[in-house]
Design a protein around this ligand. Sequence first.
Ligand code: GUN
Length: 293
Amino acid sequence: MILLDGKAVASEIKQLLKKEINGYIKNGLRPPSLAVILVGDDPASNVYVKNKRESSEEVGINSLCLKLPSETTEEELLKLIEKLNNDDDIDGILVQLPLPPHIHTQKVIEAISPTKDVDGFHPLNMGKLATNVKDGVIPCTPLGIWLMLKHYKIPTFKKDVVIVGASNIVGKPMSLLFLKNEEATVTVCHRNTRDLKSHTLAAEILIVAVGKPKLITADMVQEGAVVIDVGINKLENGKLVGDTDFEKLKEKVSAITPVPGGVGPMTVASLLVNTVHLYRLRHGFPAHPLTEI
Ligand code: GUN
């Protein structure tokens, strides 16, 4: 069984980015820059934003962290985004989700210029992913999962891939990545799927992004499957677990991601890749090679 060590792979990607950014600076260019907006004080979001900031700085990306109170109005947030859209020194804008309920998330996502949309959530970038148009932005978690599979040389061509969870952030864009170039056969399961187990048992590659501890038990996976667990669930005892019964699955599968230390660090590494990708496009360079799929 191979433990898919996202922390180690992310660290390699960060080393590569650091070298690349040093090259730009040696040539007299400014460093890439990322603006992260956090509205309110959700404790999990605070941790994610801190991780994003520290990782950016590790590789030489300037990070601007804008923390706004939970009472911030939609109008104020949209004004801030417009200001950042018009700032030539900003390459990427990320609004941490979830937003407080009085703010329309989709409106905010659509206000971010598609050329600064590091999350790849703007409908134009989603549409580019869906229709194979170059120079878009691939959402960070699907890109991170893809880069991890490629790092471990796990074959994806002609495979039966099953994705559990159909969110705009993970499940849907992940399915589009596997459909690109007619790479794999994809099944997407969700809360209205009638017989989840019949689908997960058929998966050669199983990706789970639901947010329910132990949703996937050992009897639901085939011998030798590759399992990617995107879930991050905090149990009452404070322990972090994924969406799969890791201890039982690891006896049966050929490869699996741990939680924490699997998909999470790869998502952050992909955010840095996307920031450098948008920086390159802004400066007239081609798309970042790690985003070419
Ligand atoms: N909240 C949970 N995941 C994400 C993500 O990938 N991007 C943003 N902006 N917020 C999130």
